[in-house]
Design a protein around this ligand. Structure first.
Ligand SMILES: C[S@@+](CC[C@H](N)C(=O)[O-])C[C@H]1O[C@@H](n2cnc3c(N)ncnc32)[C@H](O)[C@@H]1O
Length: 252
């Protein structure tokens, strides 16, 4: 990987995490990733947060089966959770930064009941409001028992791209396990010249989507457009990214 110019302390820390990923040491690795995102939330470096439902989610929603069980991985405080619940779905998010979840419930004036859930050595706090719950913990350790059964549709916007490349396969295997056969993933990802700068967001181009999902999912590209890069990316010579929306259907 090229060393980008003008990296922040957080970026250097994240790259260190990548090295750890290769060396091993799972516990420390997870804690450092959590610390990285926790600092981003504390410092309000949350340019990814939209504040309105994603236009491609709204456009693709007619494909969602009515009253689906929907999983939103790495959900942050996205308003998509509330928008999907308001369409009549049962929505489950997962996020490991506690303050992001607190912001979400406060900003939507939702009062949550919290319960502890454990399965397969992983533990979560589950914050529940009518039609909507958010699991606080590592999305990479989720299993169907923890989300209360098979999921009909997964909405991944800025989630796969937020994970370091070494975690991708494990994440995709986990999504496959959570989905019912014939279930769907609405995937929204970004692609750019990865040699110019390290993520997150990490570049996920069409061939990468094919190699991660192609064997077990039918892939339909719904939309592609240019998206302005954030200031850090612009400074590294990435003025824009390609944003891609795919509808994936589990084959088996
Ligand atoms: C780029 S943001 C996207 C948030 C949301 N999907 C959106 O569109 O606004 C990624 C989020 O994933 C969270 N996150 C990163 N790795 C995670 C993990 N392994 N488990 C749970 N949450 C994670 C971060 O704290 C952050 O809020």
């Amino acid at each position: 990987m090229k060393i980008p110019v003008g990296r922040s302390e957080l970026n250097r820390k994240f790259e260190f995490v990548q090295n750890w990923t290769r060396v091993g040491g799972f516990r420390l690795k997870t804690d450092m990733k959590h610390e990285f995102w926790n600092e981003r939330w504390q410092q309000r470096h949350i340019g990814f947060h939209l504040g309105h439902p994603h236009d491609w989610l709204v456009a693709a929603h007619e494909r969602f089966p009515a009253a689906s069980r929907i999983y939103v991985p790495l959900c942050g405080k996205t308003v998509d959770l509330v928008w999907l619940r308001d369409q009549g779905h049962d929505v489950i998010g997962c996020e490991f930064v506690a303050s992001a979840i607190q912001d979400f419930f406060r900003e939507h004036e939702l009062s949550a009941q919290t319960e502890h859930r454990e399965s397969g050595g992983a533990s979560y706090e589950c914050h529940r409001a009518p039609g909507l719950s958010v699991l606080q913990g590592d999305a990479l350790n989720l299993n169907p028992e923890l989300v209360g059964g098979a999921i009909d549709v997964i909405f991944d916007r800025a989630a796969l791209v937020a994970l370091d490349p070494a975690s991708r396969q494990r994440y995709v295997d986990g999504l496959h396990r959570l989905l019912r056969p014939g279930g769907h993933i609405l995937l929204i990802a970004f692609a750019y010249d990865q040699s110019r700068i390290a993520g997150p967001p990490w570049s996920i181009d069409a061939p990468t989507i094919e190699s991660l999902f192609g064997e077990r999912f039918a892939i339909e590209t719904l939309a592609v457009r240019a998206e302005e890069g954030n200031p850090r990316f612009q400074a590294a010579g990435v003025p824009e990214m390609e944003e891609r929306c795919c509808w994936l259907t589990r084959k088996d």
